[in-house]
Ligand binder design. Structure first.
Ligand code: FAD
Length: 507
């Protein structure tokens, strides 16, 4: 995203005011006005999905491009810092590992760190892989620091947990202050012109919102891209079998920890997301493997504070649209597809869709070549993330439970199968162009899920045993020492909460 783009007399109409709608409105308000008009239609009667509280570090880029002040953002959204995700019980009861953002260890010579760790592991003296990750060590200690980029310690990558409703409200104020016009009402039909493009949304009360480019943020219903323009849906439930979730907030019982927790359960997994004012919880499960009542009982039995209401049911099918940009309409958010929040990627997909729309913003009608390229990039992005999620299921160790037995036995998607074969044979990770998760993420999850390769790189054997021990110990000691000197995450939140409210929304 760069400076404002100047155009006259064109209107972008955003259908839907959930997280996707208001993120799009804020970004368009910041980057395509003045010149373009931006309108948003939402219906309080229909409401939003209202979940989506954990993110990945790229969200900071989105906020920074908008010019949001981070402390104000944390205050307004009851946000907390997220250094990674802890996966509990995915391999066996009591086992846990962290997928911390950022690197584990550091490369030595030609090789990435994990080859040296694998040698030490094979020799029987390695510590947990996570002990060599600053993010993981700091997360488990409940510590966090914002390091200066030019300082002796490289900045720690971090993301946020936040209240999705408060974030949307925050962005709404931002967008409306920059001229976005909001229409409250239900879209009852969609008017198309003689060529088949969308001309206007017709709202109850006989109102008409006309536009040139329509952004479908209507959630799972996909009112424009699906119902109106007929873009089909590709079902990925053969790889990601969970099709329901129950979400419930619970009372905070302790200072918020700076990481998400994802605990495997009999028929899916449970999330725990610590916010300042409450804890978000949910059970993502397969309805073929557990009843709704049993899932609700499991969720409520596994809260660490009092439930603040009844569990809220959500239904979905893992997968994506067969096309994301059709005619003068582009899908953003849940209308474009759904991948369960195991690695907190949905809000990221909203963010990248918005950035891509800005990159492809058409002067008139989008050309067929542009549309095809937009779709190609989006399909790939979905597939890359899907494969990373499927890894968690496929490489589970929960023997004797139907969902997990099936997941181990099922054939992974071809690209994941290729990646697994490469890793198993030689500890190499291949990353395709623009793939979201890179070597640090793949190695942490592969090793965390217990997928250990047959061999590490032969050059790792060239290091003298004493030198190897010094190297690994040194890395772990630095993570330990640096994290021990960091302030407590809870202190940062207290300081943010106590700092005076700012007059402006933007820096
Ligand atoms: P919605 O929130 O459903 O919004 C749809 C909007 O369209 C609403 O404003 C509605 O009023 C409007 N609308 C619909 N029909 C009409 C109509 N006819 N007329 C007028 N308005 C209409 N993402 C993450 O990044 N991290 C997470 O931890 C995470 N956890 C999740 C857990 C679960 C169980 C689920 C289901 C999702 C999770 N997500 C997560 C995804 C995240 O919630 C969504 O990506 C995000 O909320 C965006 O939703 P949306 O705006 O596309 O749709």
């Amino acid at each position: 995203m760069g400076g404002a783009i100047m155009r006259d007399d064109r209107t972008i109409v955003i259908a839907g005011g959930g997280t996707a709608g208001w993120m799009a409105a804020a970004a368009f308000a910041r980057f395509v006005t003045p010149g373009w008009r931006v309108a948003l239609v939402e219906s309080d009667a229909i409401g939003t999905v209202g979940v989506g509280e954990a993110t990945i570090p790229q969200i900071r880029l989105f906020n920074r491009h908008l010019g949001l002040d981070e402390d104000q953002f944390l205050r307004e959204t009851q946000g907390t810092i997220k250094l990674g995700i802890e996966f509990r019980d995915w391999t066996q009861p009591g086992h846990a590992y962290l997928h911390g953002f950022g690197d584990t260890g550091r490369p030595l010579g030609l090789l990435p760190f994990h080859h040296y760790w694998l040698r030490a592991q094979a020799e029987g003296w390695a510590r947990d892989f996570g002990d060599y990750s600053l993010n993981s060590v700091a997360a488990l200690k409940g510590r966090f620091a914002r390091f200066e980029p030019q300082g002796p310690v490289p900045p720690m990558p971090y993301a946020f947990h936040f209240d999705a409703g408060l974030y949307a409200a925050f962005l709404r104020r931002f967008a409306e202050a920059r001229g976005v016009v909001r229409y409250e009402g239900r879209i009852v039909s969609v008017e198309r012109n003689a060529g088949g493009d969308i001309a206007a949304l017709l709202l109850d009360g006989e109102r008409r919102v006309a536009g040139d480019l329509f952004v479908d943020c209507t959630g799972f219903r996909a009112l424009l891209i699906g119902e109106t323009l007929g873009a089909g849906y590709e079902d990925w439930s053969r790889w990601l079998p969970c099709d329901r979730a129950l979400a419930v907030a619970s009372a905070r019982t302790a200072p918020p920890i700076p990481y998400t927790r994802a605990t495997a359960r009999k028929a899916g997994w449970q999330w725990r997301i610590p916010l300042q004012h409450r804890t978000g919880n949910g059970y993502v499960y397969s309805s073929r493997h557990i009843s709704d009542d049993e899932a609700a009982a499991t969720l409520l039995d596994n809260l660490d504070g009092e439930a603040l209401g009844d569990p809220r049911p959500l239904r979905f099918v893992a997968g994506k649209r067969q096309g994301f940009w059709r005619r003068n309409c582009v899908a953003v958010g849940l209308s474009s597809g759904f991948l369960e929040p195991l690695e907190s990627t949905s809000i990221h997909l909203i963010q990248t869709a918005i950035a891509r729309i800005l990159a492809f913003l058409p002067a008139g009608n989008l050309s067929e070549a542009d549309r095809a390229e937009y779709d190609r990039l989006t399909h790939l992005e979905y597939e890359y993330i899907r494969d990373f999620l499927v890894l968690h299921y496929h490489a589970n160790g929960r023997v004797g439970e139907a969902l997990w037995d099936d997941a181990r036995a099922s054939k992974p998607p071809p690209e994941l199968a290729r990646k697994l074969a490469l890793w198993r044979s030689s500890a190499r990770v291949s990353r395709r162009d623009e793939e979201l998760f890179a070597e640090p993420g793949w190695t942490q999850v592969l090793i965390g899920q217990g997928v250990l390769p047959a061999a590490s790189h032969p050059l790792a054997d060239a290091v003298a045993p004493g030198d190897l021990k010094d190297f690994l110990d040194g890395v772990a000691q630095v993570a330990e020492r640096v994290s021990a000197a960091m302030p407590a995450h809870a202190d940062l939140l207290a300081r943010v909460a106590a700092s005076p409210p700012q007059e402006r929304l933007t820096a």
